[in-house]
Write a protein that binds this ligand. Structure first.
Ligand SMILES: *Cc1c(COP(=O)(O)O)cnc(C)c1O
Length: 480
């Protein structure tokens, strides 16, 4: 399998060649040159596989420069019941991503595809854990080291740290805004004592931390001497790892590969639902891909109107589903590439226009009509909708869902079709957002045993001012 850039200006590269890369040199995102096609017969053969074996079958189609034995070892090591049982005895843990059926609503079975039983209780663990093992493998092969530098406001940073902790050849320098995360989030990250994990609390807000990362990365000499890399959401391996659970969900929800299933995906950077798009392009019988946004509704606006209007940071709302507070969806370009018949020059122009004019308007363009051929529909949810959905699901189905998943359930209900099962992707456990759960229900969500008292554990965190020189000095001092 070869990879090309969405902007048409990159040489063809292999999986391992793009694994540690960010953007393509022309500013585009890497995409597979074609989509492997999965027949109904193959799907049926996959019905009996464990999650780890299914991941192996899907990934081998995209990573043919990793010897099969090595890939098998990596997928077996990654997708274990132990890693994905969030610390409790869990009947279903072997399935890694079990489905909790809610019930039948107007003739449609609606269920939650549980993706949040990994170490940080959010779906990002599904891909990040694999990435940790793939990085370690690729670096060892080339006798290389990598210093991952990132900024986080919560979920991504902790998922990255839990994936990279103890990995040979890898260090993580994670900047977070001091005093701006929940106690639970701080405890999750700062209690890690692994010598290769460095938590740096920056005085200021998330944007200040992000600016520091950009400033350090823009110093190309420093970047290359100190082998600085990232684990951001445009990484192709993260996307392809997520393709696996669309297959797993489909196979668990159906008895025959003639059935169709719809998926509803709480979306921010469009990484999760992009994986659904890829699964559908591979021939997985997906009826609809429902994109659910919160008050930050850039994507909902696009899928409804064909007008893509990225927002400025100042126009981005802080909401109670904060992991979807995104004004510019970084993986969206991957869909646009397929939608516009993989015309790299056109994609390049359109995303240049996003930079200069803030978006592009295809509402009157003939291509607008083709959006629905890709199965995409969308909707948005507000704080009031979120509270109502959390209350209603708790009352009727006795399940407490998190705020992002609630946005998904709310929007999924707008697109139910008789006899087409609807799976809503559960993207986090409610304990991560307990404040809003308490507001909705009047009580705190249940906390998995492994997380009881984590706020009291000793913390390892370095406090710093947002000064580029100081950050660089810290990295220099901790990489020898
Ligand atoms: C990251 C995240 C999302 C958004 O996923 P994208 O891939 O950015 O669209 C939704 N919910 C939760 C809980 C998340 O952590």
């Amino acid at each position: 399998m070869k990879y090309i850039s969405t902007r048409g200006g990159s040489e063809e590269l292999s999986f391992l060649e793009i694994l540690l890369a960010g953007l393509a040199p022309d500013g585009g995102l890497y995409m597979p040159k074609h989509y492997p096609q999965i027949s109904k017969e193959t799907l049926d053969e996959w019905r009996s596989l464990s999650y780890a074996d299914l991941a192996f079958e899907v990934l081998r189609l995209f990573s043919d420069d990793i010897p099969l034995d090595d890939l098998k070892a990596i997928t077996q090591k990654t997708y274990t019941a132990q890693v994905y049982c969030n610390g409790r005895e869990y009947d279903d843990a072997n399935h890694i991503t079990p489905i909790h059926w809610l019930g039948n609503e107007s003739g449609t079975e609606i269920g939650l595809l549980s993706l949040s039983n990994g170490p940080t209780l959010a779906f990002k663990d599904m891909a990040m854990q694999l990435l940790g093992n793939l990085f370690e493998y690729a670096l060892a092969k080339e006798h290389r080291e990598l210093n991952i530098l990132g900024a986080t406001s919560g979920d991504t940073g902790s998922a990255a740290e839990y994936a990279m902790r103890g990995k040979k050849g890898i260090r993580v320098f994670m900047l977070s805004p001091a005093g701006k995360m929940s106690q639970f989030q701080c405890a999750q990250m700062y209690s890690l004592q692994d010598p290769n994990i460095f938590n740096i609390a920056i005085e200021g807000v998330f944007d200040d931390a992000q600016d520091m990362v950009k400033a350090v990365s823009n110093d190309l000499a420093f970047k290359s001497t100190y082998k600085i890399g990232t684990v951001n959401s445009i990484n192709w391996a993260r996307v392809v790892a997520q393709v696996v659970y669309y297959f797993a969900g489909y196979l668990r929800a159906t008895k025959s590969s003639d059935e169709k299933v719809s998926f509803c995906v709480p979306s921010g950077n469009f990484g999760n639902v992009c994986a659904g798009h890829i699964a559908r392009m591979m021939g997985l019988p997906i009826q609809k891909l429902v994109v659910a946004t919160n008050e930050n509704d850039v994507l909902d606006e696009f899928f409804k109107t064909g007008h893509y209007r990225a927002r400025k940071s100042a126009e981005t709302f802080h909401t109670s589903s904060p992991s979807m507070d995104i004004s510019k969806a970084s993986n969206f370009e991957r869909f646009v590439f397929d939608w516009l018949d993989r015309d790299g020059a056109l994609v390049k122009d359109l995303f240049a226009q996003v930079e200069t004019q803030g978006g592009f308007d295809y509402s009157a363009h003939p291509a607008k009509k083709r959006i629905e051929q890709f199965g995409f529909v969308s909707g948005r949810s507000t704080h009031a909708n979120r509270l109502h959905t959390i209350q209603q699901v708790a009352r009727v189905y006795s399940i407490v869902i998190d705020t992002h998943t609630a946005d998904g359930v709310k929007v999924a209900r707008e697109y139910l079709e008789p006899k087409v099962k609807m799976l809503v992707l559960e993207t986090a456990l409610p304990v991560k957002f307990s404040e809003t759960i308490e507001e909705a229900l009047g009580y705190l969500p249940e906390r998995p045993d492994a997380f009881i008292g984590i706020e009291k554990l000793p913390q390892r965190v370095f406090n710093m001012k947002p000064e580029v020189a100081a950050i660089k000095e810290f990295i220099v001092g901790h990489t020898s």
